[in-house]
Write a protein that binds this ligand. Sequence first.
Ligand code: NAD
Ligand code: DAU
Length: 334
Amino acid sequence: MPTNIIVTGGCGFIGSNFVHHVVNEHPDVHVTVLDKLTYAGNPDNIAGLPADRVELVVGDICDAELLDRIVPGHDAIVHYAAESHNDNSINDPSPFLKTNVEGTYQLLEACRRHDVRLHHISTDEVYGDLALDDPARFTEETPYHPSSPYSSTKASSDMLVRAWARTFGVRATISNCSNNYGPYQHIEKFIPRQITNIICGIRPKLYGDGKNVRDWIHTEDHSRAVWDILTKGRVGETYLIGADGELDNITVLRAILERMGQPADAFDWVRDRPGHDRRYAIDSTKLRTELGWQPIHTDFAEGLDQTIAWYRDNEDWWRPAKEATEAKYAAKGQ
Ligand code: NAD
Ligand code: DAU
């Protein structure tokens, strides 16, 4: 059982939720968060956690010398750090290449030099998209077919992990998860963007025809799955994480509008995302049967209510980024 782990990207959305999960559920584990604190990283996400359990190192995963200083002595690295937003990757792919590909390479080399276990966090987007009427869902055997600069860099990072595991014996696992929702998600992303728009009196914005499907999972269920894979997963294996949460965007938006007391048509149709993936869907049978994982947050409406309440209660957390985020979208007609 690992007792001293590094969490890269632990000041971002999913990484910080994982840090909270480990602190709350696994009292013998110490966490070193390695985070560059980009626009998406916020130290407040882990503020208030006990100092003897969590240490923040501000730095870049591309910095090999820094990795040589901090990696030795740790049992495992859980690697969340990434540039994570598709729309940003269309505006400027370069930081995605740097962090997602080179950063993962540098972590793999550090794991090789210091013989440290790695769990690599990836996404269902590496598989490309499915048609709305396709009965299939993604499995661990689905061929890679990424569409966006973001997903192609995540696919590249997965390939590096597989190669380093096979060729150099790095003790690595990979998980590919579907769309997360919950607290601490940056307001550039779909659900928090619409919630905070409504709070600010701005009309929500829907891309294309609103029929694109995403497979929603609460971020706490993702964290529990990652812990199970880290501690019980078979080295060299990939596990898909999903909670059977397929919904189209207009259904999610209408649920947000209704829960926030708005009319069902109180939103704007805006320019579609170039190359917009139609549908993602995860078959997580392997994770469920092999490791016994199951989602706890199975009521999406309840999870949405909690998420809306979190953004209402934590306006200081997101307000400073709101104007600039919306200005960036407005410049693109979105
Ligand atoms: P996020 O954008 O909210 O957070 C990313 C974090 O990584 C930030 O704290 C940022 O400061 C840090 N970071 C970025 N570049 C760095 C670098 N070079 N060195 C060190 N730290 C750096 O992202 P997220 O939504 O929490 O996603 C986390 C991971 O989960 C990503 O790998 C993403 O591909 C994957 N993922 C996300 C989702 C989702 O729905 N958001 C679903 C599946 C997988
Ligand atoms: O599937 C996992 C992926 O989910 C992760 O790998 C990514 O890191 C994460 O950002 C997310 O990617 P998406 O592109 O699916 O998420 P996003 O929140 O950007 O958009 C969700 C859907 O909503 C998508 O179909 C685009 C649409 N959308 C998005 C925004 C921001 C809108 O209709 N309006 C919007 O304003």
